[in-house]
Design a protein. Structure first.
Lengths: 440, 440
């Protein structure tokens, strides 16, 4: 395929993606396929000779789409949102076209420098303390990781290296292995200090944890993967109070800030803590400026060596939505979750299981876990909407997460009416069942 | 931005990317900017109100492009290739549009199943032993990681978990920390067993290492990040002999197989070694089939939880090039590296520093490291081509890597004439300098 054909096919693909997203509400949100559906549909091995774009293209609807869970359907209320927006898609096209691998400043200066400045923009949007920003000569700064898991791992490894070095300087007789065996990482069952846990979107008390960590010389990492995006709204920023005690902080614009996966934003107060743990300097990666202190070489801030030009997505989204546009998006989602909460509260058969703070509602039928498992089963088998469950203190709970960029009040109303009807059917069947068992 | 505007802007972006790649040889391969160039060009913080696409678009040429190192220029001979092709760009557009997060089978069955089958296709293309393939009921299988670093880390963690469990079963009195402190990872200064090292593309002797690892119960991981793509050509497959002794194997189609970053292909013989180390089963990620043994949940195979639909890129590229098309690409690159090697060998002032096996030529001026540093400096300051150096046994060496998909014989000839002329100028200046010093 040459550039001329790419112009033609690229435009067809733009239309296909636009069609897909515009009419996604017409597709069944969860697929009908069974495990192993795909293998029999395609050949055993790659073709020897090239196939045409048409051949590949027609297989998208035939082979791929029947097995897709439509995360951007307004009827998708599972997990947490996966961000998606048109400006981010455009930026990713540009990122692919440039195709640079930004492991060092010299490998593409724009790739590194835009990332540093975008992370400052984003940090300012959530009023992160100045110490976390790079500015012109700050000690801190931000980096885009692939996922919150990677951000947590990077923090853990940096904390470990820092602690080992501190202990070694105090007790030079200890080996690294001696020290390693005595290190402790404190975590709840959601791991590190978390703002907005996945099961119920609950919040750790940073103002209690933070001073203890600082006093005891414990690295404090805060994960706000989902909730972090809400801190761009002043009315939710108080949830981040205490971040000033942290060494590192992370949230995922690829969850809730309309930046397509992957874009996990991580900040540290001391960039030297990361570069101290990960620095890698083979000759082929050194460049004119690498020891000048003037440049950032992001490979020292992460596990992988290679990295894409992901800051373009942030740049496009932040500019084309503006802070106000993004705040509107967050506020709409939170409004819709409260709408759903109100509907649940008006129905005496149901209970709300955790405070609704952001875009997630945890709810269940009053009654047994079995009953609620049956309800979820009937919801997900009907495939009109899609939900996943969680456990909260031994209780089996249904999670209703506001996810899609295009979800509106009508979709929430529909979802509730549907759930409510399925609950009515289910309770009737259970009653009949109980009645019959009683008679026997 | 709505779908209608995306249709318009998306097509403009397709044209921009096509223009960029079509005329990339007209751009200076390495940028002129100095560290910190970008920050003064853009505002201090994100705009409150939305900006138009036009505003953002015009800043691409104004702010971004002046700071881009053009990895796909036919004058780029640095590092190793970063793969790029039009089919892969199209697939990435589709991947962004679908925007699923495939951490489990249920999160998008097509995302998981296409990946498993594509990894089988790719494994067959390089004649990997059957044990590494998933097939319908194999014990092994492949997974797409983000980078070779992640593949290596995943192998290391899986090996560690496996070894700790084995030792614990033999000596239950030992704690995990006791065992951990005694574990040893064997590696050369390029780390694990490597096929095609970055400095000089040299090859470890798998047929010697492998039997020792197997006998001593040592996990053997083979990294062929760059070289692996060449094994699709029968005449280079022998370089992979010995892979049958390995537990895990990895190479990067995103380097040399025309699949845009990121796509790092990793296979294991026993998938249970990975899932044993990484299994994570909160209720909200469980699904109808998760314990059936019928499905793959790829989150157990990697560090991150989230993952994009990256197998689409492989599917598009393998089908639209065909095995023959990809073999042609590899063979062209290797032919061009030998062309450059011949040119170097014809000039008595130069020497070749490592056997030219694939697409990399390591060469230098006969003489001091200082002289060669000066030569590289004059090459990279002229900015007509771009190279990076390496160290080989204390010697400062220049690496000439065939990188761009569109590089041709004429570009290699131009590059050599340019290097040769700069060497002539440099040697003349050094002689004059020596002469003057001698006279003083």
């Amino acid at each position: 395929m040459d550039a001329a054909e790419f112009r033609k096919r690229g435009k067809e693909m733009v239309d296909y993606v636009a069609d897909y997203l515009e009419k996604i509400d017409k597709r069944q949100v969860f697929p009908d396929v069974e495990p192993g559906y795909l293998r029999p549909l395609i050949p055993d091995c790659a073709p020897q000779d090239p196939e045409s774009f048409e051949d590949v293209f027609k297989d998208i609807e035939k082979i791929i789409m029947p097995g897709v869970t439509h995360w951007h359907s307004p009827y998708f209320f599972a997990y947490f949102p996966a961000a998606s927006s048109f400006p981010a898609l455009l930026a990713d096209m540009l990122c692919g076209g440039i195709g640079c691998v930004g492991f060092s400043w010299a490998a593409s200066p724009a790739c590194t420098e835009l990332e540093t400045v975008m992370m400052d923009w984003l940090g300012k949007m959530i009023s992160l303390p100045e110490e976390f920003l790079a500015g012109k000569d700050g000690q801190g700064g931000g980096v885009i990781q692939g996922s919150a898991s990677e951000a947590t791992l990077v923090s853990l490894l940096a904390a470990r290296t820092k602690t080992i070095r501190r202990v070694q300087s105090e007790k030079p007789e200890l080996t690294e292995a001696d020290i390693m065996g005595r290190l402790v990482a404190y975590a709840s069952d959601q791991f590190c200090a978390t703002l907005g846990t996945t099961p119920s979107c609950s919040f750790d008390k940073l103002l209690e944890l933070g001073p203890i960590c600082n006093k005891e010389n414990i690295w404090m990492h805060i994960d706000a993967a989902y909730a972090g995006s809400a801190f761009i709204c002043p009315e939710f920023r108080h949830l981040l109070n205490g971040v000033e005690f942290a060494d590192s902080f992370n949230f995922n614009p690829h969850k809730w800030l309309l930046v397509n996966f992957d874009c996990s934003a991580m900040w540290v107060k001391k960039r030297s803590d990361l570069t101290g743990a990960f620095k890698l300097e083979p000759l082929y990666l050194q460049h004119q400026h690498h020891e000048s202190g003037l440049v950032t070489d992001y490979r020292h801030w992460q596990i992988p060596l290679g990295r894409r030009f992901r800051s373009l997505k942030l740049w496009f989204v932040l500019r084309m939505y503006g802070v106000r546009g993004l705040q509107e998006h967050i506020r709409k989602h939170i409004r819709l979750s409260h709408q759903f909460e109100d509907l649940v509260l008006q129905d005496e058969r149901f209970e709300i299981c955790a405070e609704v703070v952001l875009g997630l509602v945890c709810f269940r039928l009053k009654g047994s876990n079995e009953l609620n498992k049956e309800l979820l089963k009937s919801i997900n088998e009907a495939k009109k909407i899609h939900l996943v469950p969680c456990h909260l203190r031994e209780k089996f709970v249904l999670r209703f997460a506001i996810c899609s960029r295009t979800v509106e009040s009508t979709h929430v109303t529909f979802a509730w009416q549907h759930i409510s009807q399925l609950a009515t059917d289910l309770l009737k069947a259970w009653e009949q069942n109980n009645h019959q068992q009683h008679q026997q």
